[in-house]
Design a protein around this ligand. Structure first.
Ligand SMILES: [Zn+2]
Length: 173
């Protein structure tokens, strides 16, 4: 069974739960289904479409969590799946300040890059390359918000994407 995206009453993305859990939330009137998946759960006398997206009927206060863990998927999504150096489709991650020069594995130092730029840059910092980055995702920053935890951590159901905006930058044209 597919998973379901849970939104707060304010439509802020909260978390992902199992489809079965989403059905329970809806049947107990704790949430309403906004998008149905293609899965139908058959009970004794009834059939319920398993939700793909639900919204809680009551607002839940979310404890503040400062740091979104950095992941490959998250960096690629933040940078719109484009190489920050040349704009080509990104296939890899690059450490702006190379790890060999003490660069951190952090949101501020890791960017999406194409294979060519990554290979050319190798383990040199930007000033040695003479590269000047003019990209809208520059300088790299840590994203904030619950949508990013969801983005970086799992396979995304396409029906979730409109609810994860504007955290997800639209792919570059
Ligand atoms: Zn590139």
């Amino acid at each position: 069974m597919s998973d379901a995206l849970v939104l707060n009453a304010t439509y802020e993305p909260l978390c992902v739960v199992s489809g079965r859990r989403a059905v329970v939330l809806v049947l107990s009137a704790r949430a309403v289904s906004l998008e149905a998946s293609t899965t139908v759960l058959h009970a004794e006398r009834t059939a319920v479409a398993v939700p793909a997206v639900v919204r809680l009927t009551r607002y839940v206060k979310v404890p503040h969590r400062a740091v979104v863990p950095i992941t490959r998927k998250g960096v690629l999504a933040r940078d719109g799946h484009r190489c920050v150096y040349c704009g080509a489709a990104a296939t890899s991650l690059d450490h702006v300040v190379p790890k060999s020069r003490g660069g951190a594995h952090s949101w501020e130092n890791v960017v999406a890059a194409c294979g060519r730029c990554n290979h050319t840059k190798a383990d040199r910092p930007l000033h040695e390359m003479g590269w000047r980055v003019q990209c809208r995702s520059w300088p790299p920053r840590a994203p904030t918000g619950a949508a990013w935890r969801i983005l970086g951590s799992r396979r995304l159901d396409p029906t979730w994407l409109p609810f994860l905006q504007p955290a997800v930058p639209a792919p570059a044209a």
